[in-house]
Design a protein around this ligand. Structure first.
Ligand code: GLY
Length: 353
């Protein structure tokens, strides 16, 4: 393909979603990925579709998240592959009275917005999450989950079926206006979309920095955890085959240190066993570390790279990359190909000095 309409930089979930939505609209699309698909956060993410649990207040993040969450049933139905969608809710539990007050307040403002947010007494918590440590109060919300890795690969497959080309092992070293340089070659395009996750800042000079997260995968042979359980200390996300993902540390000072550390593993293991005591006997299958791409205000950057006409950003999704990917793909494709407006709160220009 000589000069595609859209050239995407990054083979994570966001890049694949942009490729899918653009190709689905008839655009010619090339995606460049320096390693392999889902090599970064899209491999290890918890896969929670959790706008109601993640947002501490009403605002643009919650609005985007709710819109994105509603897209998943349709998206996953159209994908081939094991996306692992489950919309069975998330139970957030607290072990202190102060935590209970905060949970009641969260339920209050979410209900005032018309959202479902059900407070659960200790008996209801035990029913929803059998074997969970005793809770003072719980809050059930209709959030969900996917298998992050499986979902990303399924989106990439759908993009290929829609006509996108995916080139692996092509490291982009420079981003220009409507072009990139990669491995000594210049690639021109009608539009370039940088979806390089935590590396977007290095590539484009925008304030997107890595926030390291470690997580564990446990092989649990006890009674399966029926829904995602979020405590004061960690979240536990059920995965296929009785596995449980335990997340996650937040280490903004660690930079691009990709090591899973003894301190990180020990803290997560202790938190998991404190939240669901049977997990003390689980097998540690994998300890993993990756990087959330974070802007200073923790909102995504969706729009033109400042000073550029034909280079766009789709990055900065911080803790919500999997959740926000379908919406990001849709919004970027509509903006680039149809001139639609993007959410003002996500304008990259807001971060310029
Ligand atoms: N979305 C959960 C996390 O980033 O840890």
């Amino acid at each position: 393909m000589n000069k595609p309409d859209v050239l995407v930089v990054g083979g994570g979930v966001v890049g694949c979603a942009v490729a899918l939505e653009a190709a689905g609209r008839g655009a010619t699309v090339v995606l460049l990925e320096r390693e392999r698909l889902a090599a970064g956060a899209s491999y290890g993410a918890g896969g929670m579709l959790a706008p109601q649990v993640e947002a501490d207040r009403p605002g643009p993040l919650l609005e985007l998240g709710l819109r994105a969450r509603a897209m998943f049933p349709g998206w996953c139905a159209a994908l081939e592959g094991a996306a692992g969608l489950d919309m069975g809710g998330i139970l957030r539990v607290v072990a202190t009275e102060a935590g209970a007050d905060a949970l009641r307040e969260r339920a209050r403002w979410q209900r005032a917005m018309g959202l479902v947010a059900r407070l659960c007494d200790p008996a209801e918590c035990a029913e929803l999450a059998p074997g969970g440590a005793s809770a003072v109060l719980g809050l059930w919300v209709p959030d969900g989950r996917v298998d992050a890795h499986g979902f990303t690969l399924a989106v990439a497959q759908a993009a290929l079926r829609a006509g996108a080309q995916i080139r692996l092992g092509v490291p982009v070293s420079r981003v220009l206006d409507g072009a990139v340089e990669a491995a000594g070659t210049r690639w021109e395009a009608g539009a370039v979309v940088v979806a390089a996750g935590a590396w977007s800042g290095l590539l484009c000079g925008v304030p997107v920095a890595p926030v390291k997260g470690q997580r564990l995968m446990l092989r649990h042979t006890g009674a399966p955890l029926p829904l995602t359980l979020w405590s004061d200390r960690c979240y536990l996300v059920p995965k296929a085959g009785g596995r449980v993902l335990v997340g996650a540390t937040e280490e903004p000072e660690a930079g691009f240190d990709r090591r899973a550390t003894v301190a990180g593993v020990a803290a997560l293991a202790a938190a998991a066993a404190a939240t669901l005591p049977a997990l003390a006997a689980a097998e540690l299958e994998e300890a993993w570390a990756g990087f959330r791409p974070a802007a200073p205000d923790r909102l995504p950057l969706l729009g033109r790279l400042p000073g550029h006409e034909r280079t766009w950003l789709a990055t900065g999704h911080h803790r919500n990359g999997i959740l926000l990917a379908p919406l990001t793909g849709l919004l970027l494709a509509e903006a680039i190909l149809e001139g639609a407006a993007l959410p003002a709160a996500c304008d990259p220009g807001r971060l310029q000095a």
